[in-house]
Design a protein around this ligand. Structure first.
Ligand SMILES: [Zn+2]
Length: 304
C-alpha cells in the first residue's frame, strides 16, 4: 500500500475581512441568529439580482458560435455550477437537487460581489482576466464567505463545541444550519481545538461494491493544531475493498475505529477515525488523541 500526504487547505489570509463583510451583511439583512440563514433576504438586501433562468442567454450564445465550437461549449456548460456577473450586479447558480447546496452556490457567487477586491480592474477601469491561481484563491474566499453566512461564526463554534465530535453531530448541524453536509464537516474540523482533519476518497472504478477502489482526493481540511502537528500525515493513496474505512459503503453508515499514522518522518500519532459514504465520496474524519507523556531522562516528554 502506498502512502502520501494530501495538501492541507489553509483558511484565506483575508479571513478577518471576510468575517466582517459577512457579519455586516447578516446585520443589515436582519438575519443574525436566524437559522437556517434566510438566503433570499440576504440576496435582496445586497441588491444583487439572481438570474433564475439563463436558458435564453445560453441559446443566444450558442447560436453565435461556429458549429465546431458549439459542442465544446455545451460540454463545458454542463459543468458550470454558477457565475457572478460583477459588471451587471447579478449571479446565477445552477438549480441543485438539494436546497442547502443551491443556497451554498448562491452565497458563493454573492461572495464574489461582496468581497470588493474580487473586482480586479485595469487602470482604465476595464475588468481584467484572472490567472488560474487568483481564480482559485477567490473561489476559496467566496466559499469562506458562504460558510460565514450559513454558520454565523461564533454561533456554530458554541453549538458544535457542545456536541460530540463525529458524523452524527455533523449531520445534525447540517440540518440546523441548512448547510451541505460536507460543508458542515469542513467547518467542524476547521474550528476544532484538537488536531482534526477531514479527508476524502473518490471512486475510481465504475461500480460500488466488491471491487470498488477509492482514491485519495488531493486536498483536505484541518484544524490549526492539525496543520501545526500533523500536516505531513501519511495516508493510504488507495483503499482496497478490505480496508476497514471502506466498510462505510455497504451497508451505508458511519464506521469508526483507531489507527496509527505517521505524521512526520518516523513519528507515529494515534487517531480516532470515522468514515461516512455520501453516495459518491467517502469522508474520513480523523481526530488526534492526546499525545502520550513518557518519562525520558527524568523529565516528562510528549511522545508523538
Ligand atoms: Zn467562484
Amino acid at each position: 500500500m502506498t502512502f502520501s500526504a494530501p495538501s492541507l487547505v489553509p483558511l484565506p489570509e483575508s479571513m478577518s475581512e471576510i468575517r466582517t463583510a459577512a457579519e455586516d451583511l447578516l446585520f443589515r439583512a436582519d438575519a443574525a441568529r436566524v437559522f437556517p440563514t434566510p438566503v433570499d433576504k440576504i440576496l435582496s438586501t445586497t441588491g444583487i439580482s439572481d438570474i433564475g433562468d439563463i436558458e435564453e442567454i445560453r441559446w443566444r450564445y450558442l447560436k453565435s458560435l461556429p458549429p465546431a465550437e458549439a459542442g465544446i461549449f455545451e460540454k463545458a456548460w454542463k459543468k458550470v455550477q454558477g457565475f457572478a456577473d460583477l459588471q451587471n450586479g447579478s449571479i446565477y447558480s445552477a438549480p441543485a437537487e438539494h436546497t442547502p447546496l443551491w443556497n451554498w452556490l448562491r452565497l458563493h457567487e454573492l461572495g464574489h460581489h461582496v468581497l470588493w477586491w474580487h473586482r480586479v480592474r485595469n487602470v482604465d477601469g476595464a475588468s481584467l482576466p484572472l490567472t488560474a491561481g487568483l481564480r482559485h484563491l477567490f473561489d476559496k474566499e467566496a466559499d469562506a464567505f458562504a460558510s460565514q453566512i450559513v454558520f454565523q461564526g461564533s454561533h456554530f463554534d458554541a453549538l458544535a463545541g457542545a456536541l460530540p465530535f463525529g458524523f452524527g453531530s455533523i449531520l445534525r448541524l447540517a440540518e440546523i444550519y441548512g448547510a451541505p453536509q460536507d460543508a458542515a464537516a469542513r467547518r467542524l474540523v476547521e474550528d476544532c481545538r484538537n488536531p482534526a482533519a477531514l479527508v476524502t476518497y473518490v471512486q475510481v472504478l465504475p461500480s460500488v461494491g466488491s471491487d470498488a477502489i477509492l482514491e485519495l482526493d488531493g486536498d483536505h481540511s484541518g484544524s490549526p493544531s492539525f496543520g501545526f502537528r500533523c500536516a505531513e500525515v501519511q495516508l493510504p493513496t488507495q483503499l482496497p475493498t478490505v480496508h476497514p474505512w471502506q466498510a462505510a459503503l455497504q451497508p451505508a453508515g458511519v464506521r469508526s475505529g483507531k489507527v496509527v499514522l505517521n505524521v512526520a518522518a518516523g513519528t507515529p500519532q494515534e487517531f480516532v477515525w470515522e468514515t461516512w459514504w455520501n453516495g459518491s465520496q467517502l469522508f474520513v474524519l480523523l481526530r488526534g488523541l492526546s499525545p502520550a507523556l513518557r518519562l525520558v531522562d527524568g523529565v516528562y516528554a510528549i511522545v508523538a
